[in-house]
Structures are given as structure tokens and as C-alpha cells.
Design a protein around this ligand. Sequence first.
Ligand code: ADP
Ligand code: MG
Length: 607
Amino acid sequence: MKINKLQSEIFNRIAAGEVVESPASIVKELTENAIDAGATEITVSVRGGGIDSIRITDNGCGIDFDELPTAFLPHATSKIRSLDDLDTISTLGFRGEALPSIAAVADVTMISRTTESEFGGKIGYENGKLVMHEECGASFGTVITVTDLFKYIPARKKFLNKPSREETKIFTLIEHLVLANPNIVFKFDSETKHFSSPGEGLESAVFAVYGDTVLKNTVAVELDEPPMRVTGFACVPTFTKPSKNYQNVIINGRYVESQDIQYAVYSVYAQYLMKRQYPLFVLHITMPFDMVDVNVHPSKLQVKFADTVKVKSLVARAVKDAVLPKLTDAKKLDEEDFGVEPSPDYGKAHILRSFFDVVPNMQVAASSRQPVADEISTEPASSFVPSSDIPEPPPEKHYLDMQSVEYGAESAERFDPVVCEYIGKLFNTYLILEHGDNCYFIDQHAAHEKLLYDKLLRSYESKRLQTQPLMIPFVFDVSASDAELINENIDLFEDCGFGISPFGDYTFTLSYLPYECAGIDFQSFVSDLLLLVNSREKSPMILKERLMQSACKAAVKGEIDDLSKTEIESLLGEMSAKNITLFCPHGRPIAVCFSKKEIEKWFKRIV
Ligand code: ADP
Ligand code: MG
């Protein structure tokens, strides 16, 4: 086999694969060059998701006319000179790969002018070859235009996503850049979108990217422990997100992905979070350049710390100090709000499955059914109904049979809330009922939620859904990727009676909802909505059912807890009349039963 030395043209294209995989990676390299050049204002303009064109304008130091071709040579960089420099890299770029790689896969024109120069210079590459290098008029700084990505490499063009998806990726990158460089003014435009950040510090950057609601629900983080420092913002524990997309780690000004840091922050919130809820944060961590290696990943997204344990503990402490006062508040709130997982151990209590359920002889083990966390399950379709280990309510006949059985204190008894005597309410949540030798606890929220859900589902199925407009539409902000997912589902929401429409790029309004869901807790609903669109569930019917479940959950949350005696009676009456299955739409039990005998055992009256 003959060994060939590759021509630079081929070599560059191979190398380009590492740097250029999508329009977003080009934007990343070019904006980083602008930042390294000291720009205070950077404009990113894309068309066709960046596949047709990307233009990046900066007011940085510019490149001398004579140096323009050098900038496009492989491994040509002004940022490092010697091997030693690699240990103390303070610039975003340093490998000298970006410009030649981009010129190898797209047509490129660069116009640049330094402050010392009277003219600007222009250089052009087509199909990897220099086609132009001439003087021209220009303002200070650099404009680079990249057109027709992968025009000469159709095999790679096939792997690009549709333009809207590529644009979202670019925009997510811009959001990260804004958060990482809060003192730079960023402007972005595409056929459909315009965005700009003011460049007035991190608070204004968080506001520009996430909006007012997020900013109001975060606290400032600041811990200075030379030579390291952590600053930024972290959410209060009651304001979490259904994905990790809102976790921003910036090390020495470089936006990175770091599971270590994510875990460190998560550890502070862990006990207060529902399953699949994550904290939102923007953290700037600074440390001497020799304490972190940025040269471990082609796109420099990952870093390696010299002392990971130290960095993690510092970050955890910084966040804890900031949110600890909020956590103490949080503890006082309803446990359910923080998704503390219900204990699967019900002792000798018996979870009732339906009104037809019987209280088993207490020698029989208690139901082993584990309540599922109150959340949108990502399990297969069938799981939205109380899962299969809960038997269907026995048929009427069975019930009649049970009636005909002579029973004593230990055996069967039909549970009917209206027949029971109402004793009182525990923890403002659990209704206590007594009948015969049994004591029942009813979770009033779960019961209410179940009734609402059944009603809503019936209206939907019988096509008699009535909607109610909101006097003041509820406005909410989401991330770029969540916005795309919401947009994809707008018709589905509407079909279920929820009027959600775009209101700006990443802002939506909820302007009407089903009649049954009046009084909804908007935050809780929107947070479930995001969880829902992020779940990989494709079936529209299941999505609709889960949407309605979330709405009912949020509607119950939004209601006052202090039910009057008459309201309690009507709730129990309705439960009885509708013969509901005694599990809420999320699968949590609604009613639990204790026998007198079991209680007598507690007090050793019997053994
Ligand atoms: P690297 O950023 O790793 O040095 P690049 O290929 O991205 O490599 O850029 C090569 C060189 O071109 C840089 O080192 C820098 O000197 C110069 N350069 C690139 N873009 C700009 C810009 N926007 N403004 C000023 N100089 C630039
Ligand atoms: Mg570079």
C-alpha cells in the first residue's frame, strides 16, 4: 500500500470536520475570535439557519492587511507562541484551526481594519482557494461572511438539520455567549428573529436571556476565596425547571459543560426537588489559568480541573450560602410542593382502590402499591391511568356479593364517604372519616383533582369543552428550545381548550382555558407544560391526557385549602355520586383506611 502525504486541501477538510459540524459551531468559533479581539459589540446575522449565510461583525482590534492570508493558514494563531503558553491560556481560541477549517467547507469573505490602518483589507476564499485579497474602505474591526455551508461537500450537507433547528442551535449558543460575556453587546438577527443584549453586566444579561420572572426568582451568588471566586445567580428552591438546559457554567469567561459543577449545585437543592426538576443557575467561576485545562475537547466545551473536589465544594458552598435562607422558608411549606417523595411504607394502613374495596383482614399484608411521584411520567402510555397493579374496581355484582356477606369488625365493609361520619381535618389536607370499625383518611386535594379531571375528560370526549377567557392573559418566558417545542404543540393545546400563543420569540401568552380549570396556578401549570413538551411522548392522545392532568393538578393547587363544612360535604357527596376510582390522575391514592383493631394494637390494648 502506498502512503500518500495528503495535500493541504484534503487535510484541511478532514480537520474541518472537528471544528465545523454545524452552522452553530461556525458561529461559536467566529464569535470567540471577535471576543478574543477585544470587541465590545458583536452582531450575528444568519439566514437559512446559517446554512445559507452567517455574517459576524465586531468592533475588535482587526487584522492588518498583510496578515489576512496568514490568519487563514492552518495552525496560524496570534494567541500562543510557545508550549508554556498552553498552560496559561486566557483567550477562547488558541489552536489556529477555525478560519482555515471554515474556509475549507464554505465560501468566506473577511473585511477587516485595525485602528492603525487607513484602509481596510478584504480577503475571499471559494472552495478552499484564495480568490481575492485587496484593499478596501472599512470601519474598524472585522466583518466575516460565510456562505453556502458544505456547498462542495454534499455528503456532509445531508447531515444538517432543517434550518429552523439549526437556527435554534445558534440562538441557544448566543444565549450562552450573552451569559458568559455580560459586558459585551450582542445583537442577533435572522429572517424571523431579532435579539439584543445591553452589555451592562450579568443581571442585565440574565434578564435579556430569561426574562423578568426568572430574574425575580433568583438570588445573587457570591463567594470570594482567593485564588478562586464564584459569582452569579441561582434560583430559589420553589422555582425550578424541568430540564438541565437552564444550568450555565462559565469558567474564566468560557461557557463550558461540567457535570461536576452541576452535581455540586444540585446537591444543595436535591432534597427539595421533585423528580426531573432541576435548578436554574448562571455561575461564573474564576480561577488561575493553570488550575483548569481547557485543551481536552475539540470544541473546548469540557474542562479538567486540577482539583475537582475543591472546585465542587466551593461552588456548593457559594450556592448554599445564597439560597439557604430561601431553603429554610421552603421547609415550612407544604411538603408536596417540593415533591418530597411519599414514603411507600403505609404500615398497616390499607390504600383503598375504589368504593367497592374491602378492608382486608389485618393479618394480610398491606397493599404494596407504591404511589408514584406527582409528576408527568415518561413511562409508556398506559401509565397515566393508575398502573396495572391496581385492580379495576370490582363489578357491581361483586359489591352486591360483598353486601351479602356477614361481616365482623375485621372483614369487609363498603366505603362510602357519605355514609361515614366526618370527624375533622388533619394538617389542612386530610379529611378524617369514621364508619363502623374503620377510620378513613382522604386526601382532599387528590380527591378534588380526580373529580376535576374526570369532568374535564368527559367534556373533552363529548366535544362539549367550554373555555373561559382570562381577563389578563398569563405571560410566560421559556428558553429557545422549549419555545420550539411549545410552538409544535400549539394546535394540540388549543384542541384541549388551552389558548397558548407566541408573544415575541420566547414569550407566550395563555389567554383562555377550559371552564373546569378556572383558578389555575399558572406557574405550576407552565412548569408541567414544559415537562410535558420535553417528554419524548409522541402520541397526541396521551399528550392531551397529560396536559389535562397537569391542568387539574394546577387548578387544585390554585384553590384555597380552607374548605367550609358544606364544601367538604359536597366534595364527599360528589365522590360518592360519581363513584370515582380512588386514585388521583397521577396515580396517588385518594383514600387510606385504618381499622380500629390496628389502632388498638398501637396502644397494646390487644396484641
Ligand atoms: P485562533 O482563534 O485559534 O487563534 P483562528 O483560526 O480562529 O485561530 O484565527 C486565526 C487568527 O486570526 C487569530 O489568532 C487572530 O489573530 C486572527 N483573527 C481571527 N478572527 C479575528 C477577528 N474577528 N478580529 C481580529 N483578529 C482575528
Ligand atoms: Mg479562533
